[in-house]
Design a protein around this ligand. Structure first.
Ligand code: MN
Ligand code: MN
Length: 316
């Protein structure tokens, strides 16, 4: 079979050519694809520093360094899956509510075509319509949520939909299988105990950053795999889960965060989980002076590709 391959650095200089994700071919529909990168250039759900509207473009630019073979895990995702870059979903940047519906429709198209969406954010509001699209196809899903924040606010400035509320809304709407939800990396200042206890009282597992300090997360991920079982799982990765020392190009920084090594352990630890969709959110290029936050994001999206069920099945 002829699979799409990233354009190699010996065919075209890495700094040249169209800036698609990993220099893959672009596609206008997900038909025939196994996995699809898609951008959501949105920051109108952000509460503090904005700029994530430029996230997809910058992640693509920094992804030019990525080569197709995963040296550590010996996985070659592009030999087993049809993958392309679908470009960006045309949100309405003047209207968050309409944008939410547009994102849900765009991701529904991808899921219904049989492809796994890997979404380049964009602020975290986008995960609510993503979960709506997932639940329509699969019913309530398990959720691996990596973040400094629980994002379970009742409302923000009176609004029910914003980047700090998606998992409260998703729970209320029945999009989540609450016993198969884990939130990893939570930390920082809050308003009250309830910020982290509300998810616990709904049956979510909460793993604070303090529980991750100074240790490998590989044992944790063994427990997460057991928790997720064989049902469908969505992975949402907020870049602010990482310590600002690694990823300062984001809107709401919290100190004492995860390392890039732990990020790799989390994603590689999802090998064997039935991932049906993923996203990487909250990269804000205006605050990412070295481009390293976007570079980390690009690498993490590639690692997600390497643990999708079709690749794992083909290489096991
Ligand atoms: Mn978040
Ligand atoms: Mn966050």
């Amino acid at each position: 079979m002829n699979f799409n391959q990233p354009l190699g650095g010996n065919e075209m200089p890495r700094f040249a050519g169209p800036a698609t994700m990993m220099r893959l071919p672009s596609a206008s529909s997900a038909a025939g694809l196994d996995a699809a990168f898609v951008g959501v250039p949105m920051d109108i759900g952000a509460s503090h520093r904005s700029g994530t509207r430029f996230g997809p473009r910058q992640i693509r630019a920094e992804s030019a360094m990525l080569r197709p073979y995963n040296m550590a895990t010996r996985v070659s995702p592009f030999d087993h899956m049809h993958v392309a870059d679908l470009g960006d979903i045309a949100i309405n940047t003047f209207n968050l509510a309409k944008s939410i519906d547009i994102i849900e429709a765009g991701l529904t198209d991808i899921v219904q075509a049989g492809a796994v969406p890997l979404t380049l954010g964009g602020d975290h509001t986008l995960t609510l319509p993503a979960l709506r699209a997932m639940a329509k196809q699969y019913g309530p899903v398990g959720l691996v949520h990596v973040d400094a924040h629980a994002d379970i606010n009742e409302h923000m400035f009176g609004e029910p939909i914003a980047h700090g509320t998606p998992f409260r809304r998703a729970f209320e709407e029945g999009l989540l299988d609450a016993s198969r939800v884990v939130q990893i990396g939570l930390r920082g200042t809050g308003y009250a105990d309830d910020d982290f206890d509300w998810p616990r009282s709904q049956g979510f597992r909460v793993v604070t950053a303090e529980e991750c300090w100074h240790q490998s997360l590989t044992p944790l991920m063994q427990e997460v795999r057991q928790q997720m079982g064989s049902g469908p799982v969505y992975l949402t990765y907020d870049i602010d889960s990482l310590d600002p020392a690694f990823a300062s190009g984001t809107g709401t920084l919290e100190i004492g965060g995860l390392t890039t090594v732990q990020a790799l352990e989390i994603i590689r630890g999802l090998k064997g989980v039935n991932l049906v969709g993923t996203d990487l959110v909250e990269i804000s290029p205006p605050y990412d002076m070295a481009g390293s936050t976007a570079l980390i994001g690009a690498n993490l999206l590639y690692e997600m590709l390497c643990v999708l069920p079709k690749v794992v099945a083909a290489q096991s």
